[in-house]
Design a protein around this ligand. Structure first.
Ligand code: NDP
Length: 234
């Protein structure tokens, strides 16, 4: 299937692209024009040819997302999965008294409005049977685990979970699976060196969810899981 991944230049997004290609999928790897160098993606494109497309995708640019959706449509491509992975973690550990509200606005723009823009324009392409929308969330967005800090990040991820629940209610009759996924504390630029989880391991877990090799507990009211499919507290 074709899998669209946002924030594919590094970290989990890049590992998802590599793991999906290894499993025989085709990947549309969304990167920002202004992003870090994409040598790894270029190597994947060289290795996998037409199965790997590197596409400009800045999640705050709605016109750009609409353009990409139109281009994919014109090429007759359909999607089997959308992975809303791009996110930022700003104003780390800043107490509320010193919080820069611009950082909050920016976090919502990327972490919440980004996935909303992508789904708004890409949903018509999600016509493959058994398709998925995967919103990469975080345990930081769990109200049960609320801690006093990372306000912009945690609240934007919590809201992303709500968006996921609304989407689930909207598309379940079409057989589209919508999951908010905590990928684990991963060794990436965001997660840092001390993180215990290899992002490739998370990527493979998320692909097992997309391929429905892992099926989350259907009796759960909510659709927030970790990368092994275990329910997360909302
Ligand atoms: P990284 O910081 O390593 O990578 C973030 C990616 O998002 C980069 O590709 C970056 O592109 C892209 N990105 C940032 N802003 C934008 C934007 N405006 N438009 C398009 N792309 C953008 O993050 P991780 O790989 O660690 O995280 C991946 C996901 O997992 C995120 O949703 C994160 O919140 C979540 N997560 C991560 C955890 C961890 O321990 N790392 C724990 C829990 C959740 P560029 O190179 O251009 O900056």
């Amino acid at each position: 299937m074709n899998i669209l991944i946002t924030g594919a230049s590094r970290g989990l997004g890049c590992e998802m692209a590599a793991a999906a290609l290894e499993r025989g999928h085709a990947v549309i790897a969304g990167v920002r024009a202004s992003g870090a160098d994409n040598d790894k993606l270029t190597a994947l494109a060289a290795a996998y040819g037409s199965r790997m497309t590197i596409a400009e995708l800045e999640v705050t640019d709605e016109a750009g997302i609409a353009r990409l959706a139109g281009q994919l449509q014109a090429e007759g491509r359909t999607l089997g999965a959308i992975v809303n992975n791009a996110a930022i973690l700003t104003a780390r550990s800043t107490p509320i008294e010193r919080l820069d509200m611009d950082a909050v606005v920016k976090s919502f723009d990327v972490n919440l409005f980004g996935p909303m823009r992508v789904v708004k324009h890409m949903l018509p392409l999600l016509t493959v049977k058994g398709a998925s929308i995967i919103n990469i969330s975080s345990e930081a967005g769990s109200m049960t685990n609320a801690y006093p800090g990372d306000y912009p990040y945690a609240i934007s991820k919590s809201a992303l979970n709500m968006f996921g629940e609304q989407l689930h209610a909207y598309v379940r009759d079409r057989g589209i699976q919508v999951l908010s996924v905590h990928p684990g504390w991963m060794k990436t630029d965001m997660g840092g060196e001390n993180a215990p989880t290899d992002p490739r391991q998370s990527a493979n877990g998320i692909l097992d969810l997309i391929e429905r090799k892992i099926v989350p507990d259907a009796s759960s009211k909510f659709h927030f899981v970790d990368y092994t499919g275990k329910m997360m507290p909302i």
